[in-house]
Design a protein around this ligand. Structure first.
Ligand code: ARG
Length: 475
């Protein structure tokens, strides 16, 4: 590491930056993860410069060979970044010039770090969006597998965390799968938002060189080139889109994590988390804690902070590039990594947990959860629903006082409460019948849930095909 780094702007300056200024201004620790994108962008740029006769093909070949050598060294772990370099772009260019001499100094022709960093970040956002899309797919698959494996298990459904109406456990798992289907769509939209090439905008106004932006876009896999150079170097909307997708995705995982935490408590006992996804206590020998679910819930706070931080950073920046924008990467990368890890943790927990079907079913028998069906029985036989509600409410109150369930009432007791109760009224409180009766589109009846499961599989397969078409089939 050199104490007084030579900057690319040393011609204009009489002094080199001090150590503090160097450290404060640097982003290498965060943006070094863009190395592969930086090299891909530079190779495409150099090839285009040669094709357009702006640099010689000999220089372009030396640049490409030099950059690919650096890439190989970085990936092989042999490359040590010089911490006195300000950012990954300068670090790689400086190393290239050390390796190939003057040709390396020609790479930055018709380019600025402003369009360079925007390009690298977009390439990276696209790659990370695909990684996240794949990880969301894994968790969706785990949810669908659990739904299919316990297709007929009845559990209590809640509102206000009070027992409400019984539902199929599969219906509950599928509810999360639909949330995650939307999350995948949001990540895909963020991928599309990033799919625009800013390179060629140079510092802010375009370049005097006869560059071919379309050729670069094609080589780097961008569908469009940006239409305005000022906007191109200062637009980080795509990163906000991706960070938002991560944040809302985390909010969904946090809700699922909260359910697993509740369900694995002794009071619920609906699931037992695998030992691999639990921790013990240093003092209480009996403990088995759902730490990983709690961490997913806790890390959601970080992701919300990341999104807020990014939005506030962008607020109030005049056109075009300003150094504030260097602060975009840390929160975005943190949100991406937090989300990717949390998706993996939730998939691990879900696919290994034990589903305590008897506890779930027992839970569904309590809490007077057939009350709506008794009221519906009366309403279907002409009693106005509000009156039916009142009649059944009184039955519930009486049962509660006597410590009985609705299922324990006799037909005579029902008919004493209302002569409108017919002979088949007792069938209204049978818990499987309560579930089966909710046979409307999107309802919890077994046939509807089977329909949903098929639709969820089809949606997942379509998303997997989209992902495969972008080259990540086996990742
Ligand atoms: N490290 C910088 C960033 O991430 C690169 C762009 C710097 N451009 C400049 N003109 N200072 O934003």
């Amino acid at each position: 590491m050199s104490d007084t780094p030579k900057t690319p702007w040393s011609g204009r300056f009489e002094h080199t930056p001090g150590a503090f200024q160097q450290r404060f201004g640097a982003s290498l620790a965060v943006d070094r993860r863009l190395y592969a994108e930086d090299i891909a962008g530079s190779v495409a740029h150099a090839r285009m410069l040669a094709k357009q006769g702006i640099i010689t093909s000999g220089d372009a070949e030396a640049i490409e060979e030099g950059l690919l050598g650096i890439l190989k060294n970085i990936e092989g772990g042999a490359f040590v970044f010089d911490e006195s370099d300000e950012d990954v772009h300068m670090a790689i260019e400086a190393e290239l010039t050390r390796r190939i001499g003057d040709a390396g100094k020609r790479l930055h022709t018709a380019r600025s770090r402003n369009d360079q960093v925007a390009t690298d970040t977009r390439l990276h956002a696209k790659r990370e969006a695909l990684r996240l899309h794949g990880a969301i797919g894994e968790l969706r698959r785990a949810l669908l597998d659990r739904a299919a494996a316990h297709a007929d298990v009845v559990m209590p459904g809640y509102t206000h965390l009070q027992k409400a109406q019984p539902v199929l456990f599969a219906h509950h798992m599928l509810a999360y799968s639909w949330m995650l289907t939307r999350d995948a769509k949001r990540v895909k939209r963020a991928w599309k938002a990033a799919d625009v090439l800013p390179l060629g905008s140079a510092a802010l106004a375009g370049t005097t060189f006869p560059i071919d932006r379309d050729a670069v876009a094609q080589e780097l896999g961008f569908s469009h080139v940006s239409p305005n150079s000022l906007d191109a170097v200062s637009d980080r909307d795509f990163l906000v889109d991706l960070t938002y997708a991560c944040t809302l995705g985390m909010v969904h995982l946090s809700r699922l994590a909260e359910e697993l935490i509740l369900w694995s408590s002794d009071e619920f006992g609906f699931v037992t988390l695998d030992d691999a996804w639990s921790t013990g206590s240093s003092i209480m020998p009996q403990k088995k804690n759902p730490d990983f679910a709690e961490l997913v819930r806790g890390k959601t706070g970080r992701a919300v902070g990341d999104l807020t931080s990014l939005l506030v950073t962008l607020k109030g920046i005049p056109l075009a590039y300003n150094k504030d924008m260097q602060e975009d990467k840390e929160p975005a990368f943190d949100a991406i990594d937090t989300y990717a890890d949390s998706l993996e943790a939730m998939a691990g927990m879900l696919s290994t947990m034990r589903v305590n079907t008897v506890r779930m079913r027992d839970g569904a028998l309590g809490g007077f959860m057939a009350a709506t069906d008794l009221a519906d029985h009366l309403a279907a036989r002409g009693v106005p629903f509000r009156e039916a509600h009142e009649i059944v409410g009184k039955l519930v109150l009486a049962c509660e006082r006597d410590g009985r369930t609705l299922q324990e009432l006799s037909l005579a007791e029902l008919q004493a409460a209302s002569p409108a109760f017919e002979d088949d009224a007792l069938g209204a409180v049978d818990i499987d019948a309560v579930v089966a009766r909710r046979d409307t589109a999107g309802g919890t009846a077994p046939g509807r849930v089977a329909e949903q499961l098929a639709a969820a599989h089809a949606a997942l397969d379509a998303d997997a095909a989209w992902l495969a078409s972008h080259g990540l089939a086996d990742d």
